[in-house]
Design a protein around this ligand. Sequence first.
Ligand code: SAH
Ligand code: CA
Length: 213
Amino acid sequence: MHFLSDALENYINSSTEDEPKILQELTRETHLKVVRPRMITGHYQGRVLSLLSKLIRPVNILEIGTYTGYSALCLAEGLTMGGELHTIDINEELSSIQRKYFDKSNFGHQIIQHCGDALKIIPSLDMQFDIVFIDAEKKEYPKYYEAVINKMRKGGVILSDNVLWSGKVVAPLDPKDKATKILLEYNKMLKEDPRIETVLLPVRDGLTVSLVR
Ligand code: SAH
Ligand code: CA
């Protein structure tokens, strides 16, 4: 879903840092070989994630929902020396393409893959996070949030992706549409939670930035 005209999107992209070669290659391979390539982070949102990460200078990043590794590689660009990015995906068929591109990048040794259900894996990660990127099963967003909020460093940032859900958050709600219902509750919860300060950015499909107080 495009919220902006093609002309504006093209103009915004051309006024933004170029997409690194390795990410262009990963996008091409994802479209050729993997189902549902629509899920991949694109050029513009990828540069937003990269820049946010460089501003935060994270030691530890957690990503929930790796897919083919595009957003992980963007977030890893901001890691401090010796920092780590932990990324979780339930689909084990994706792990070889992820590893291939992680190892082609400069961050291979800093990226740790976890295969399984995020809600089972998060409690086993004994560390504090500077950035968490929530981008797996939309119906589980409130549970991911509860699982990570007490693992955040003060001043850390939780990023939640696809929170506009192709605009469904403002369309009449279909009672059978559980994902939209939960995303509506989730967005409200982020706004009202006194532990964080939240801004929903209209980046691509909606990217919420929540600063942990
Ligand atoms: N962050 C990626 C896109 C993620 S797409 C990018 O921007 O390129 C969502 C991913 O979440 C899919 O790969 C899917 O396999 C994974 N996923 C779905 N349910 C999950 C769960 N319960 N635990 C971990 N990963 C899950
Ligand atoms: Ca996403």
